[in-house]
Design a protein around this ligand. Sequence first.
Ligand code: ZN
Length: 541
Amino acid sequence: MQRLRNLPRRPCDADCRTRCGEIILAGVDLIPTGRFPAPVRDCFVAATDHARRVAVLASVEAVLGWDEQTMLPAAGGAHRADQAAELAAVVHRERTSAEQGERLRMLAAGPVGQAGSEDERAAVRLLLDDYEKQARTPARLVAELARVGVEAQQAWVRARSESAWHLLEPWLERMFALKRELAACRAPGLDAYDALLDDFEPGCRWRSLAGVFRELREGVGEFARRCAAASRRPDDRFLIEGAYPVDSQRTFVTAVASRIGFDFRRGRLDATAHPFCTALGPDDCRITTRWNERALPSALFGVLHEAGHGLYEQGLRRQWYGLPPGEAASLGVHESQSRLWENLVGRSLPFWRWCLPLARRAFPETLAAVSAERMGEALAAVRPSFIRVEADEVTYNLHVMLRFDLERAVVHGELAVADLPAAWNERFAADFGIRPPDDARGVLQDIHWSAGLVGYFPTYTLGNVYAAQLMAAVRRDLPDLDADVAQGHFAPLLDWLRQRVHALGRVLTPDRLIEQATGAPVSAAWLVASLRERYGPPHGL
Ligand code: ZN
């Protein structure tokens, strides 16, 4: 499911000795800089204070985004667009001050950038990279992207509810044009799609990504069709046509999220049309879900997914808040954390050995006679769906690869925005053997393009790839994992993720982080093996 969040926070210009800086640093450990000469230390403290202050300012954008998705009345959209544009302009001005650029260039060439700790060197290098990218982007373009983003999302809501492509088409024309312009500003020497991708998955390039996706398609494309056509099919009717009162679901999913480690003193759960997770600050992580009184999976797996994102946010080192060592590595790594909890833990038999009694107490009418084994089998049903967020784990990545190929073609000028609906339907029929009956169940189903999230979709599948690879390494390191999970003991797993993923921030590029954590380069092989192993037997394959 979709996760909307601000891009990695970036530095600003302002005097660090202000009252505001003191508030931000309250309760936060100081970075050890004692071994540097005083002028260098002062410069480092000034630069990082600025970065933290702009992170606080940018977190106000996240508050507005959360409110927009959960609370905003339809008529409030126009004023919210004004707010978003004004705030984006202020944040951009702070991020691109010449004074901060000077500090960062000085630090990068001096003892901190050359001989500091790994965290200090990464902080300086990445703050400077971010600064230079931002400084190349005109303020007008930033404000326009913010404004068009809000207006296009409002148009998308209407277009999807009426299945009326023509209401969204002009907005997407505008958005893709702005994104191409942004790509050219941000990274002039880079391929346009790579420049956009780089914002979500640093260092990732579309040609190598296409190679990983090809390996995945070869491994599961045919397997998905065989599962869908299998004569033996898991019976999951009790899961999707049962009685699941919303109040009981809320209590149940909150208990499950707490048990896996989500800290509700530092976060909360609310309802939304399109689930997401956003961190409004180091101690304020918002997750959302939607409720369906007839079906349990929507809210349960939605919350496990978003809580997985939340565990990552809550596991970042708070003393580095607002700085690269305290930020998520990439959206792909973020998605690996949500997918790991949602699918590799939440759909496993050991998990249901622990969770089923809790679920039976919450939904006695529907689950009284269901065993953990039957639940495990029901959760392995493969059923091709028009809607990505409702897709099973086996067909899910086909949805993502379709969007990756289409958006890349639009950015590269190989496909016109006006031709997206037809291209979508044709590709969907080829991949899934069924054709979307209308655009609401086709090209209009996702909010991403209208929100300006171009280059974002591939991170969903990268998340699945990373998650399977990480879980294979977890199993190697924690031989008692299944027994622990069956007892509801999730701490060993969470500790492993905290040490090898969360605590590293974005010091390493995503591919290096995964390689360091697992001992092998990124490959789709683990995901292919995991899907075949878990989904084959319930379909007699
Ligand atoms: Zn997600």
